[in-house]
Design a protein around this ligand. Sequence first.
Ligand code: ISL
Ligand code: CA
Length: 552
Amino acid sequence: MNKAWWKEAVVYQIYPRSFMDSNGDGIGDLQGVISRLDYLKDLGIDVIWMSPCYKSPNDDNGYDISDYRDIMDEFGTMGDFKEMLAGIHERGMKLVMDLVVNHSSDEHQWFAESRKSRDNPYRDYYIWRDGRDGREPNNWTSYFYGPAWEYDKTTDQYYLHLFSKKQPDLNWENPKLRSEIYDMMKFWLDMGCDGFRMDVVSLFSKTPGLPDGKPAEITGTEHFQDGPRIHEFLQEMNREVLSKYDIMTVGETPDVPLEHALRYANNEGTELNMVFQFEQNALDCGPERYSYRKVPLPELKACFSKWQTVLQDKAWNSLYWTNHDQPRTVSRRGNDGQYRKESQKMLYTMLLTMQGTPYIYQGEEIGMTNVHFDSIEDYNDIEVKNLWKERVINGSADPEVLLDAIRFRSRDNARTPMQWDDSENAGFTTGTPWLKVNPNYKDINVKEALEDRDSIFYYMKRLIQMRKANEVAVYGDFREYEPENESLYIYERNYEGKKMFVVLNFTENEVPFHMPEGLDAGKAVLVIDNYKGEEALEERMMRPYEAAVYVM
Ligand code: ISL
Ligand code: CA
């Protein structure tokens, strides 16, 4: 197994809009990030991935970029950015940028030109088509609901947008567009940035001719997920840009199956270092995206174990529970009431004892929970607003039922402001926050966590140190025991004669644990446990949400 710094790194994701506001306008900013770098260093973070901070009209909070080479006004200036980058490097950390190039903003200069006329030099930077019988060119729908096409009367054609109509898709078939993007990437790498997280990288290539798709919740995916030229594009990007720098890259690949992930994240290094798998996110969806089902533990385990074993020696995993698009971990997979601390600690014990690069989303280190807004008006996310419009305002969905699903699944759960202390607005801002603070900030906040030696924060810090002190946690092979066990996740990792043995209780009950045959409990040394007190391994009760890690 080849070693690499990005395999050993622990990554922290910052969603800058919600992290820390330095000037009282209610919006997080780069000076706010700078003021908290010591906090992240203290936690033990190696790499910061920052969600987009480029110029943007914020239709989708920065995932709609109007200038790829400048900073969003609300976040600060290029001077602030360079100060932040220097501050990160001074502390021995690295910065990974978000690269959003499946689409730009409709307010990008390229699009302003492109829509002017059919023969504009920028026309082919985007995907324009004639209508069909006075309607959209095909039946594809957008991830944010409604058709994936918008009519533009200036030139009497439609443009494609897989997300909002203010996010027109870039045309990757055009070599000029690709080389502009590569130049832009070099601009940030030459400035000293340490890599990219690539937004919906699996959507860049579309089936030629843009044929109709099979009707589905999102129609057309078979023609834009893992399209025919995607690996060719990534290999070109790798040759032109990535291979020339010592950086890390991670692709966001919604719905990309395991077999394809092996190509994106292959060990030969011809494409990306790793991808975010999405199978884990689909597990608790009901028939629709905005619905919910309880996931039996064996299913969850099967998903993670499969990615662990199939990628082994062939590709590299990334490990995450949540991000700015997903519910809070403890509310989704653990218990955000009585066992909030225990279950959050257990869940992150799992993440930090698997093979792959772990990602911690802001606020997870203090166990922030989902928010339960009273009314749809309190939600801000464009995805939820469009969903509400389609299903309730223009449709016949029961508003209470849908609101309930939104409370569980909304992306805003992860976007409520970071809870720094118990003062007004959780210490995030002195003004009015752009999105309401979760009312539980009085109890759940960084100040409280730093004063409690038993907090999630200090446990996570210990977990990170434990991972750094044990190469087996990073590089070891993965082997699971008792996959049918409905309460416990039991696995071991092996590397150069050293074994790490992990037992996790996913329930609020006491569950008996028996040492698997052939393992010598006498040799086991406990390296971390989310409860106090050591116990013999051979025959023991796992307490509610207990996590125990041994080396032998
Ligand atoms: O968030 C989702 C489900 O609620 C996903 O479908 C999400 O839209 C998908 O993972 C793509 O996400 C990325 O691209 C989007 C942006 O809105 C997300 O924030 C980003 O992570 C468009 O740029
Ligand atoms: Ca601000």
